[in-house]
Design a protein around this ligand. Structure first.
Ligand SMILES: [Zn+2]
Length: 400
């Protein structure tokens, strides 16, 4: 099947994940695409396993030459719950600059999306303005399967052992919880889940979630003097002592932050939730220590009432990649150049499934897919760049 036809087929499956759900995968609709991908890999001739309980599809294609070398490629099947993901009506357009009228009165404006200027003269796949596109990450899936199909059709190209996997629930942070490293038969891989063509990522945040519970003392306001401890005001006092400029709205590049993402409260109880992020491990630990010290201090000031829970979510994969796996980065840079694209190493202000897999023991940098503006109606994929990504994956899989 041709790359774009395949991509449009994958996009026709609604696969939004769901943060609130406690099932695995978080939504049953992802399994329909999993089923389809498993059948497709089997039909191509790969050794295929579909772990329905985990929602993961694994495929393996042995080398066609005498080599032990192996490489893996991974993409996720779910789409972000942040925008509607059903009845996607994609449209391929010849883009010659200017604003793009998506439909339903929605316009992708050059003024707001400076990245559009990079696509003048190319073909773009856009939405009808009512849904996301799902190029995140079905473009990655289509590129991986097309690369494997092309390699099978051109046996003259000597290839390594190739493992592929398609995972659920990346968008809700649970993509690799049930990933089976034994079912995935290589020791190194790439996630194909990045943005604009050429992006190569092996550095992300260290991440933690912090929850502060404040317990007050409530009595009738008329007789509250020197008795009442208002939990809502105590919580506000805590916030006021946090570093005001160290938030997502005031930071960029390698600057870390505390992001207050929820607050609830009354006189008796208040709850505050933050996410804590920093690329640098020492600074990350210092951020968590700061919050704990502030909690202890507030307990001294108020005579108790503050309790902090913190849990690490994921870590920067850079140190682990640098420890013996920089070949993955060099190979990716070379593969991009051979395919005619300039590699650009970027530090992600977020995390990836690859970071989690790296910590599980599968070093896994992230490659671009050739699409942008993820998680909303302005998402688009570039036809030419997607074709280039197929070449990049083929170069990485080549044993020559
Ligand atoms: Zn993604």
């Amino acid at each position: 099947m041709e790359l774009i036809e395949r991509f449009l087929k994958y996009v026709s499956f609604p696969t939004a994940s769901d943060e609130e759900s406690e099932t695995t995968p978080s939504t049953a609709r992802q399994l329909a695409l999993g089923e389809y991908l498993a059948q497709e890999l089997t039909a191509l001739g790969l050794e295929t396993a579909f772990d329905r309980a985990a929602g993961c599809v694994y495929g393996f294609l042995p080398a066609n030459c005498d080599t032990d070398e192996a490489i893996g490629f991974i993409s996720h099947m779910d789409t972000s719950p942040a925008a509607p993901g059903e009845n996607i009506k994609p449209r391929v357009i010849d883009y010659d600059g200017g604003d793009i009228e998506l439909g339903s009165g929605v316009v992708t404006r050059e003024k707001e999306f400076a990245n559009l200027k990079n696509y003048k003269g190319k073909r773009l796949i856009v939405t009808d303005g009512t849904t996301l596109l799902g190029a995140d990450d079905k473009a990655g899936a289509a590129e991986i399967v097309t690369a494997v199909e092309t390699l099978l059709a051109t046996p003259d190209i000597k290839r390594k052992n190739i493992a592929v996997a398609f995972t659920p629930d990346e968008e809700v942070g649970r993509g690799t919880d049930n990933f089976d490293l034994n079912a995935f038969r290589t020791k190194e891989a790439y996630t194909v889940d990045g943005g604009a063509l050429g992006e190569l990522e092996y550095e992300c945040f260290n991440a933690a979630a912090a929850k502060l519970t404040v317990t007050g003392v409530n009595v009738h306001p008329g007789s509250a003097k020197n008795i009442m401890k208002n939990a809502a005001l105590m919580a506000a006092d805590f916030i006021a002592r946090m570093p005001a400029a160290e938030t997502p709205a005031h930071t960029e590049g390698y600057e870390g932050f505390y992001h207050l993402c929820e607050m609830k409260g009354d006189e008796m109880n208040a709850t505050l939730k933050w996410i804590v992020r920093d690329h640098d491990m020492a600074k990350f630990e210092a951020r968590k220590a700061f919050m704990q010290n502030l909690t202890d201090y507030m307990n001294t000031v108020y005579g108790g009432g503050f309790a902090l829970e913190m849990k690490d979510s994921y870590y920067n994969m850079r140190a682990l990649i640098e420890d013996g796996h920089m070949n993955l980065i060099e190979n990716a840079e070379n593969a991009f150049r051979k395919a005619g694209a300039e590699p650009k190493i970027v530090a992600i202000r977020g995390g990836t499934d690859g970071a989690m897999l790296t910590y599980k023991g599968l070093p896994c940098p992230n490659l671009s897919v050739g699409a942008e503006n993820f998680h909303g109606v302005h998402e688009f994929a570039c036809v030419e760049d997607m074709h280039t990504m197929v070449q990049v994956i083929m170069h990485l899989a080549s044993a020559e």
